[in-house]
Design a protein around this ligand. Structure first.
Ligand SMILES: [Zn+2]
Length: 321
């Protein structure tokens, strides 16, 4: 009798939420829950666990790209089934690297300044159980606003204890009053945020280009062009490697097929193009696993040579990290 009662009790407990769900009562719709979930993807590179975190996205109008007519870019997007009336969708990915001892954040997202689709990093970190105080170092690929804004909340620094690294040329350019005054409107938010970052992080560490090992098996790599001191971060361990390349590739409808296409946010378009012309063949030749901020999330893949063209080959999803 007792056993039967227990079974009945269990049965009724199981049935209750199901019945409630079917009846469509006040329970949350699954789609609402999915929208609140952070988008993250983990990947193990030797002892490093790399978590790609989506800070969200923005649709970039076709007109904002340089080196191609807006109509031609729109037609290209249509051919790849990624056309939107609002432009091409640009992901914002931030990377959290755990080497077993330290947590390193590469870039910090938009803080919501790129529209309501963006600014998801803080919630994502909280869901992962990481507080801003847990972050030991922040490396900036460059000082465009969509990479640095998450450093600042109102008038205070978000990552109070973290060491902050940026290329010296980017720091000099984006905090130079004359450069700010001469800059087009598109860059105004980047100059304003960079000034705030410099004010709140007076201990910011400026790096002198080249390749530099910041911590064991983690290097910064010179990818200057998109901005004066644009850089990547390379990690390598146990025969595996990953190169975080920031803004070397914008979207599969654009890069790596054409090194000539840039974006109006680039202060020196010729330098940006020259770096892409060097980087795409090199990455293809090395079959390097790369991760790019704005490629479709999680933005990890390879540049491959397909006949006479370079194309983007997304990497397999790595479920277990
Ligand atoms: Zn960017």
């Amino acid at each position: 009798m007792v056993q039967l009662s227990r079974r009945r009790l269990a049965g009724s407990l199981l049935a209750a939420p199901l019945a409630a769900g079917l009846a469509g009562t006040a329970t949350a719709r699954p789609a609402d829950g999915v929208r609140r979930l952070p988008a993250v993807a983990t990947r193990q590179i030797g002892r490093f666990r790399v978590t790609s975190i989506s800070d969200g996205f923005i649709d970039l109008p076709y007109e904002v790209f340089t080196g191609i007519a807006a109509d031609d870019l729109e037609a290209g997007a249509r051919a790849l089934h990624v056309h939107r009336p609002t432009g091409v969708r640009s992901s914002f990915t931030v990377w959290l690297i755990d080497d077993g001892e330290r947590l390193v954040l590469v870039d910090t997202g938009t803080a919501g300044l790129a529209g309501e689709g963006s600014g998801r990093l803080p919630d994502a970190l909280a869901t992962l159980g990481v507080t801003p105080a847990d972050i030991d170092a922040v490396i900036l690929t460059h000082m465009h606003f969509d990479h640095i804004s998450g450093l600042v909340a109102g008038d205070r620094r978000v990552f109070g204890d973290a060491s902050l690294y940026v290329d010296r040329r980017d720091l000099a350019f984006f905090t130079h009053p004359a450069a700010a005054a001469a800059a087009p409107d598109l860059l105004a938010s980047s100059f304003a945020r960079a000034a705030k970052v410099a004010e709140l992080y007076p201990d910011i560490q400026a790096l002198d280009g080249g390749e530099r090992e910041l911590s064991p098996d983690l290097w910064t790599v010179d990818l200057s062009g998109h901005t004066p001191g644009h850089m990547g971060v390379r990690i390598a361990d146990q025969g595996q490697s990953l190169l975080l390349v920031g803004d070397m590739l914008f979207h599969p409808a654009i890069h790596p097929a054409s090194a000539a296409i840039g974006i109006a946010f680039e202060p020196d378009p010729a330098a940006a193009r020259a770096m892409r012309e060097r980087f795409f063949p090199k990455a293809a030749e090395e079959q390097a696993l790369v991760a790019a901020t704005h490629m479709p999330f999680p933005g990890t893949g390879r540049i491959v040579r397909d006949g006479g063209r370079y194309t983007w080959l997304p990497a397999d999803w790595d479920y277990n990290g």
